[in-house]
Ligand binder design. Structure first.
Ligand code: AHR
Length: 501
């Protein structure tokens, strides 16, 4: 059976913001220490950053990195992490010692090395509005006041110019240190935003949000005038406390749930009159929740047992084509909703459930890494209209429910001047190749087409230290005839981008 796809490049949906290809780094397990920052590593540069990690992040054109948390930030005092002598503290979020040797200046330096915009998430748990605005002073004022002078004293003469700032992480959750009610949250964000904007009115402000009417009603009523974004998070395979990873088929069911939080956030912003004024930042997302048992359940377990359990996030076999296909479906939703979703941050970039795994002598690019490589390298910047009269479906069981999953997920874009059509074609099916026939509408001038893609040799394929390239990008020329439809065969469990020039 052949699936028919219709594209009309002249019908523009909108321009995607490259920040949807963003990343997140938290002071959790080996993301910072032993991840991006490893001064004793033979692979570290003079600032202690892993050169291979920097190179890998540059290759996927990482546009923005959110830091330092995540739950960690809700009891993090940024002033402990600056200056010549650093004070080690006990991190109450993750019950480990935080050495504070990687702080604001190191984060900014790391972003400069990778070419990514820094995005700082502030402590709305134990922190105050003044702590937040002092942080903006430290980063963005030229030399006025004690904090800008401290930055200069610490060796950074010029302001860091941090544009993106979030007030809080998930302060709506009982697991978060300094959790707040909807009433408390609206007022707190208002007071924090006022002070931060008075230091630097040019910053863009985000605030921790969820797709809940009451929470957002109070947040936006109190502080909407100061906000440029609302921040939402998503983890679908909820294995924080069990690490029992869902199988490929269940993960495909999860891909059908990605759009719902976006639609809800859009409706809330619309209902409250903020469409076009406030955008959505999906600034923590991953198919799989991170594994960190005992802490959020407030169990009486020694801190070192809690920390040790997190090593189980490091198994590369956990991250397969299921993760890659999910990531592509997530990015497709961001492209489809490019008018409202302007930022997304994969959680995290390095180690834990991230796209890059570090070990003593190198890195492993997990399948999710190649999804970012495909999309940042080959997808266009204008999303255009695409529709399918029908789709293939397969049924799976997920969380005890039967779920009907469409095999194909497709988004079409054109590059800058509209001269090239770039089509993301994802085949969720676990074992079926699907023949696709593409009618490219008014765009008929193409003479060549190449299908870039990843599929692995099985739905459970993964990369690891001994098999770093079992999943990697292939490029296959596709036979095309001017003014004719294009026929392509799309492999099962695969992520593809068809580039037509
Ligand atoms: O599991 C990691 C946590 O997920 C992050 O620290 C937090 O922001 C989210 O709940």
């Amino acid at each position: 059976m052949q699936m028919q796809v219709f594209i009309e490049p002249k019908r523009r949906i909108g321009r995607r913001d490259t920040k949807i290809y963003g990343h997140f780094l938290e002071h959790f397990h080996r993301q910072i220490y032993g991840g991006v920052f490893d001064p004793n590593s033979i692979l570290a540069n003079g600032m202690g950053f892993r050169k291979d990690v920097i190179q890998a992040l540059k290759e996927i054109k990482t546009p923005i990195i959110r830091w330092p948390g995540g739950c960690f930030v809700s009891s993090y005092h940024w002033k402990d992490g600056i200056g010549k002598s650093r004070t080690a503290v006990f991190d109450k979020s993750w019950r480990v010692e935080e050495p504070n040797s990687f702080g604001t200046d190191e984060f900014i330096d790391f972003c400069r090395e990778t070419g990514a915009e820094p995005y700082i998430c502030t402590n709305a748990g134990t922190g105050s509005p003044e702590d937040m605005s002092d942080w903006v002073e430290y980063c963005n004022l030229k030399s006025e006041g004690k904090w800008a002078k401290a930055r200069i004293e610490n060796g950074h003469e010029e302001p860091h110019g941090v544009k993106y700032w979030s007030i809080g992480n998930e302060n709506y959750g009982q697991w978060e240190i300094g959790a707040k009610s909807a009433d408390e949250w609206g007022r707190f964000v208002l007071e924090s935003a006022k002070m931060m904007k008075r230091v630097d009115p040019s910053i863009e402000l985000l605030a921790a949000s969820i797709t809940d009417i009451e929470w957002n009603l109070k947040l936006l009523k109190e502080a909407g005038q100061f906000l440029d974004w609302i921040s939402i998070h998503g983890y679908w395979d909820k294995i924080w406390f069990t690490n029992k990873l869902s199988d490929y088929e269940s993960c495909m069911a999860y891909t059908t749930e990605i759009e719902e939080p976006i639609l809800k956030a859009e409706s809330i912003l619309g209902a409250l009159g903020y469409s076009g004024k406030i955008r959505i930042a999906f600034d923590e997302w991953n198919l799989r929740g991170w594994y960190h048992p005992h802490v959020h359940q407030f169990e009486n377990v020694p801190a070192e047992v809690c920390a040790k359990a997190r090593d189980d996030n490091d198994f590369n076999a956990s991250y397969t084509m299921a993760d890659a296909v999910f990531n592509a479906c997530f990015l497709n939703q961001c492209l489809k909703h490019c008018k409202t979703v302007g930022m997304a941050n994969f959680a995290p970039a390095v180690n834990t459930r991230g796209a890059i795994y570090t070990f003593e002598n190198g890195i492993v690019k997990r399948p999710t890494y190649y999804v970012f490589e495909l999309y940042t390298k080959y997808m266009g910047d204008e999303v255009v209209d695409v529709w399918m009269p029908d789709n293939e479906y397969f049924e799976v069981s997920c969380e005890g429910k039967a779920v009907r999953v469409p095999s194909l997920d497709i988004v079409a874009t054109v590059s800058g001047n509209g001269s090239q059509l770039r089509i993301a074609i994802v085949n969720r099916h676990p074992d079926k190749t699907i023949s696709v026939k593409i009618d490219s509408g008014s765009y008929r001038e193409f003479t060549t087409a190449i299908l870039y893609g990843i599929s692995g040799d099985s739905k459970n394929a993964y990369n690891d230290v001994h098999h770093p390239d079992r999943v990697c990008t292939t490029a296959e020329p596709v036979k095309v005839e001017v003014d004719k439809d294009i026929n392509v065969e799309i492999k099962p469990h695969s992520v593809n981008i068809l580039v037509m020039t």
